[in-house]
Design a protein around this ligand. Structure first.
Ligand SMILES: Nc1ncnc2c1ncn2[C@@H]1O[C@H](COP(=O)(O)OP(=O)(O)OP(=O)(O)O)[C@@H](O)[C@H]1O
Ligand SMILES: [Mg+2]
Length: 249
């Protein structure tokens, strides 16, 4: 079957799809004795933005934590580029090209913008190169280079967090609630940036409670309910589903 025909029929055979960069297969994970992921299956392919949607407590953040090695899985498999990497440490994931912005953005409020960026030089990139990349992408960070990060707006802090993550030159970026606490205009700016990163070759998994903010830039959307992925499809399909399964819009 030709690629166009397969595409038109909506049934792309495996060999025509981009290779998977990140896979969770039957993943279970717990906090202490309480299991919260009950067999999660999720695939992010090269060059894709995958939106992970669903209501509070569904397991989105936990899935992101497992995917970047912050939380161990109790069973199932985590794979990077087709290779099993269960038991990997969060430090090793960065080396393998998977990078996350943790909840709360992971920036140091009492350090300046530049000092926060410098902390990313542990990955072998020079301070000058990190600053140039960050200030080139977000000129406002350049204007505020000596300001304490904690005194910046939420949007500026998110730009700083994103710049720090990008300093490691990741192949896969994991984002959790990029929109948290931000004005709608800033959210759409952040997602424009994400779309631009994808143009540059990064693959993205983004957990979002508010579907409408991320669906426009997503290639694939997945819905999580009670520790499982209950639906995967095109953004249009999932958008239609969402109004019936839960009110995320
Ligand atoms: N550190 C923790 N210790 C114990 N239970 C936790 C912890 N973090 C999350 N949980 C529980 O795990 C379940 C899944 O939470 P998770 O944060 O993954 O959901 P979520 O989909 O990201 O929700 P939200 O949309 O509110 O961010 C919830 O029942 C939550 O209470
Ligand atoms: Mg969450």
């Amino acid at each position: 079957m030709s690629e166009t025909l397969a595409g038109a029929l909506g049934v792309l055979p495996e060999e025509l799809l981009a290779p998977p960069v990140l896979e969770l297969v039957g993943v279970r994970a717990s906090y202490g004795p309480i299991e919260v992921l009950h067999g999660v299956d999720l695939t992010v392919r090269a060059g894709q933005v995958v939106a992970l949607l669903g209501p509070n407590g569904g397991g989105k953040s936990t899935t992101v934590k497992v995917a970047c090695g912050l939380l161990p899985l109790t069973s199932g498999e985590l794979r990077y580029g087709g290779r099993k990497v269960d038991g990997i440490s969060a430090q090793d994931t960065a080396r393998l090209g998977v990078c996350t912005i943790p909840e709360g953005r992971g920036i140091f409020a009492n350090l300046s913008v530049r000092e926060n960026l410098w902390l990313a030089t542990g990955t072998g990139v020079s301070r000058a190169a990190i600053e140039e990349a960050a200030f080139g992408r977000f000129p406002i960070l350049g204007d505020r280079r000596n300001q304490l990060a904690g005194s910046m707006s939420g949007g500026e802090q998110q730009m700083l967090a994103l710049s720090r993550a990008l300093a490691t030159d990741p192949a896969v970026l994991l984002l959790d609630e990029l929109s948290m606490g931000l004005a709608p205009m800033i959210v759409s700016q952040m997602y424009d940036t994400v779309a631009q990163l994808v143009e540059e070759g990064i693959s993205v998994l983004v957990a979002e409670q508010f579907a409408r903010t991320v669906l426009p830039i997503a290639d694939v959307a997945a819905v999580m309910l009670q520790g499982r992925v209950t639906a995967v499809g095109s953004p249009a399909e999932i958008d239609a589903d969402l109004s019936t399964t839960y009110l995320g819009g």
